[in-house]
Design a binder for this molecule. Sequence first.
Ligand SMILES: [Zn+2]
Length: 300
Amino acid sequence: MKDKMCPLCSGLLFKIITKKFRGSDGSRSIVKCKGCGLVYLRPPKTFYENKEYYDNDQQLRDLAISDFDFEEYIKKINTDTLRRVEFITKIIKKDSSILDVGCGYGYFVKCLSDSGYKIRGVDTSRERISVGKKKFDIDLVEEYIGGEKKIDKISDRESYDLITLFHFLEHSSEVDSVLSYLFDKLKKGGKIVIEVPAGSDYLLLNKNYGQFVYQEAHSIYFKRKHLEIFLKRNGFKKIKTMYIQRYSILNSLNWIFRGKPQLVNPSRKVTGFISMVDKLYKWIVCKLAVSDTILIIASK
Ligand SMILES: [Zn+2]
């Protein structure tokens, strides 16, 4: 029964948005709940499907055939990682303990570790954890967080001042179990920082962009109000939401006029005169709450 209900309001009525999306095999749909408006993948993925998906991740397969360029990958995620590091160092003291959930290879963990923070990363992908440990020599643990089949390798006595989830929560079909589990792992007064792709992104109205952004890997497309309800009902308070535009105006224009992303590395940063236009563009979409990303911070 649970797999027929909306994960937020348990409603049974929905409208199909699309059956055609990235990675789709036709057995699932992206739907919008008629009760609360949440957009989600229906039916949800099971623990085993999720685990298999991440163990068979394309990036990992590329890695196995040895032409995965790690340095190139780091370059690609550098802008986002540095933005996150800058944000975190502003909100937390140096002697704080941090847990990064869905850490991937652990580049963010490494950057904060280098700045003197005590930080541990967890990820469900065995490959990524083992590669990250070798490359960076940091504290990484393989763990599946969320759902009944949780592999709990983090000591029960372990607790944190800050827990970060960068583009993790939208992959989970068990948002409530993830949040209540992490609430328990936080010290009193501790903070949680969550970054997700925004369900309120205006470009989702573009059919091609929608078919690209909606994907098998994502279980939920959060709007601000949805994420706030999930957080509140799992005990979090002092919730503050920020809008971020990760991709540049060039990438958006390519979607609007050519129906595809910018060809060479969809840019998050642009240079020269266009950078001023880009800055203005990003400011406007964030101000109007229709940007591509939501960042939320809440306390225990
Ligand atoms: Zn609902």
